[in-house]
Structure formats: C-alpha cells, structure tokens
Design a protein. Sequence first.
Lengths: 122, 237
Amino acid sequence: MDTRTQIVITVALVLVLVWLLRLVRFRQLRGKYAVYWIGTIFILEIFVFWPELGQWVSGESGSVGSLIGFLLVLSGFAVLSLIHVAWELSRLEERGRILAEMNAQDKDSRSLREIELDDKNY
Amino acid sequence: MRTLLVVPAFEEEDSLADVLAEVKRELPSLDILVIDDGSTDHTAAVARKAGALVCSLPFNLGVGGALRTGFRYAMLNGYDSCVQLDADGQHLPSEVPVLLAGLNQGADLVIGNRFGDGVSTYTVGIARGVAMSFLRSLVRVASGEKIQDTTSGFRAFGPRSLKLLSSGISVEYMGDTVEALLLVLRAGLIVEEVPTGMRQRSAGRPSQRSFRLVYRYLCAVLVIFASVGRPVQTMGD
C-alpha cells in the first residue's frame, strides 16, 4: 500500500470518527456502539499502516497476498457485526411488542373505568 | 416545598423493605416513589407492601431511565423537588433533611458528598479512586466548577433542575451522575455539596463488575467528552 492510499484512507476514517462523535454529542448514537465503531476505526488504521499484519493473517489462514488476508478479516468482522445488529433488532422488536401490549392493556382498563363511571352517572 | 423521594431499584427485594421502613421512620411525611427498573424478583411487591408508590418499568432502562421516569412523575403530580436515594441501603435517610436544607438555601442541585470532612468514613480502592479523580478533573475542565463527589447518587433536585433533568437526563452509564451534573452546570444552575455518610450495602450485589465496568466507564467518558458544550434543552424547547 503506497503512502497516498494510506493518507486517503486515514482522512476518510478521521471524517467517520468526527461523524460518530457528532452523533454521540446529539444523543443519536449510544456510547456503547460508538466505542465499538471507534475501536474498529483504530483496528483498520493498524491494518492500513502495517500491511504486513494482513500478510501474516493470509499466511495463517492459507490465503495468498495481504489484500486477501485483509478482506478475510474484514468479511469476518462484517458477519459478526451483522449478527450483532440482528440480535439488537430482535431485542428491540421484543421490547416494542411488550410496550404495545402494555399500552393496549392500559387503554382497555381505562375504557372499562370510563364505562363504569358513565354507568354510575347515568 | 412538596418533595418526592425517588428510589430507583433493580433486583433489590432483599434490602428494599429495610430501606423503606427506615425512610418511613425518619421521614414520615415524605412521599416515596420506587421505580422498579425491570426487576425479575419481588422488588415491586416489597415496595407496595411497604406503602410506597410504585412505577414498574417493563424492562431494565438503567438508573438514568428510572430517574427520568421518577422526575416526570414528580412534574406531572405537582412536586417541587425530588430526592434520589439508592435502594441498597447505603444512603442514610436521616440525612435527607440536610440535602433539602441546601435546596431551601437557594441551590438547584444538592449533592451528598461521600468524601466530605468529618462525616463519612467512605473509602474507595486505587483503581476506582483514579477513575473518580479523572471524572472530577473532567467536570472541572468542562465547567470550571470544583465538585468533589461527581458520582454520588444521593442528591436533591430543586424545581429548576427537576424541569431540566426530567427531559434532559441521559440514559448512558453515569448519565444520571456526571453527565446530569454537567448539564445542570451548563444551564447556569447552582450546585452545592454537603457532607453525608455512606454505609456498606445491606444486601444484593453491586450493579457493575470488573471488565464490564471498565468498558462502561470508557463509554461514559466518551459520551461526556463528546457532550461538552452541547446546547442545553428542556421540555418544551
């Protein structure tokens, strides 16, 4: 990887970092996810400045060339991240269902109370 | 001043009954609201049996979410001030009047300082001490104010801080302590510290441990760092 490519990737990653901090600042991203993605940016930077690490991964995994090793690590990470996102979505869906059920029960009990009051006033 | 005692509780069935009994004994005229933060044990039942108002959250929202619920309840029901008290028995209900006296003297937020001179024998380990010291410095740099106990959960909130935090309190780790403190200071409100005691937990287990605590501490520091200088908004803004 030449110096120019390293600089371009680093600038792009710094911009992503600034964007992440802005999201945290305005409470649009939770701290736990921000730490996760900032950690990812640092790891990507390590791969950008030490391409030998990619070669080592390729050697260990039986692939050829640093790019293949890098992509291998990246794909593995992407798969894990997607599984995590799917898990979070499932959890949120479950919580949404619980809230919807509670809301419906609350409305039902309020309607019943209103009917009872109407009956009393009648 | 009409005051509500807010007690966030998560899995505290073992200690809550004693804590509420002590509160009733020491402060018979105070209304108590226990926020059951998604407990799977009998926390809510214990609180009801002890005569407290109970608000049960359907799942765990953390102390910040629980407090926000309590503050909103207070605002909607005409309370002027709130006192936050832990359900684990570490805070002394007998010292609630000391916090309320601070509010009466004009403060918007009164913090029970566990390291105050001559009252508390509370000590922390080296790692925790360093972490707390760092947060103290962070608050000082961000606000210019010197607050000794930035992470104390024994606090009294006056009308202005109650209004601000009922919508503005963060649900992040330490959002209810350090971040809330910075929010109050940024809004130009008055913060006072009064020395208070601190007991050992009477039952249950601490909410955070070892590696997870470090991870959540890092998250909190990141959020606090990113939030420095953010404009303050309150309900209706």
